[in-house]
Structures are given as C-alpha cells and as structure tokens.
Design a protein around this ligand. Sequence first.
Ligand code: SF4
Length: 230
Amino acid sequence: MIFGGIQKLSLLDYPNRTACTFFTVGCNFYCPFCQNSSLAHPVGRMQTISVSEILSFLQKRQGLLDGICISGGEPLMHDELDIFIKDVKALGFLVKIDTNGSLPDSLKNLVKSGDIDYVAMDVKNALEKYPLTIGLPEYDTTPIEESVAFLLSSKVPYEFRTTVVREFHTEGDLLSIARWISGAEKYFIQGFVDSAGVPQHGLNGYSNVEINEFLHTIKTILPTAQLRGY
Ligand code: SF4
C-alpha cells in the first residue's frame, strides 16, 4: 500500500489520545471541497512513504503515542490495509480509521477482525444530494447506507461527521442527515475552510452564528451532535 503523508503528532485526530496520522494515496470520490486533493488524486510524481518506513518510525514512538490514525484519500481502497493494521497493533498502538463509507464490506471485515479501535466516517450530505456532493453524478448511495447502518449497530466506537459547505449544504440537508443517522453515538458538524488545494474555487463555510442556529435545530433530532472547528 502507498502512503503519501505523515503527521508525526496530533492531539486532535484521535479523540482523547495522542496519535500520529498517516495518509494513504487515492480516493474513489471527487468531493469539490476536498482538503486533501493532492493525496486523493495526485497529479504527476509524488513523494511516498513505505510501510517499512512507517513501522520503523512507530517502533521509535512506542510508549510515547497512544495510537495512529489512518486517513486519506480513502484507506479502505488498499488491499494490504489489514496486514498493515495487524503490524501496527503488534507494536501496541490503537488504530483509528477515517473513511468515506463507500466500501462497507472492507469496513465490516476490518471491524470484525477486532483490530480497529475507532472509526470516523464522513457523511457527505443528505442521500439525495450525495452524487452532487462527491462529484459523481451517477453514484448509487447503497454502500453508504450500508456502512451507516453497520456502524449504528456495531459495538466499535465511531463517529459520523459532515464538513458543511454553504454551496452544498442547507439546514434542511443537515436535518435529513440527523434523521438518517438518528441514534448515532457522536456526530460532528465541521466547518469548511477554503485553501489553495481545494478543487473547486470560491466555496464558503457558514458563520459561527449560522452554524450554531443549525446545531440548535439538529439537536432536537440528534442530541449527540456537536460542532468541530468552529
Ligand atoms: S472522500 Fe475525502 S479524500 Fe476523497 S475526495 Fe472526498 S474529501 Fe477528498
């Protein structure tokens, strides 16, 4: 498997844990607001990090970090991910995985292996707006619905999260999501911040006041909803 980046210390990526984050290369979605597009869809040659380099780095961090986050791109696209995770677990680290939820069979297999300690799944938008939001106009949302249903009924700790972009999300969309994932342990509404690498230019987030009004309404359906990054 191919990694394209590493964050050697993060106090935010893994809830209540010190961790480092590894970023896999490649994604099957084309979100117009992607903050990691150079990893999701690299153009030309890029510097990569091998599994052996990562394991060697982790050996030096034993006892210093609680866990690792595997982010992307979409980590579940990589066939050797389960082997990599077993190697990391053997070194004594907790493992969190970030996913877009498009590969429910891989997600289920990993969770059922017992090697995953935390799952963070993006819920990109209300179901009817998924194709537009992920940049795939013909997308069938069945796999996403399967992943959401699996996590809702699973014992693995998890969170759902939505990055809210003014041009893609309305309050009504967020309410639709809240109804869909009703009963979720944790749901985070994350602010969008524009940057040079975002594929579609000119996108905007909502103001603090606006998003707090949204949250107030969403909490009537999903009391576990919280803001992140506001
Ligand atoms: S799923 Fe994530 S990594 Fe993939 S394109 Fe969308 S935002 Fe980027």
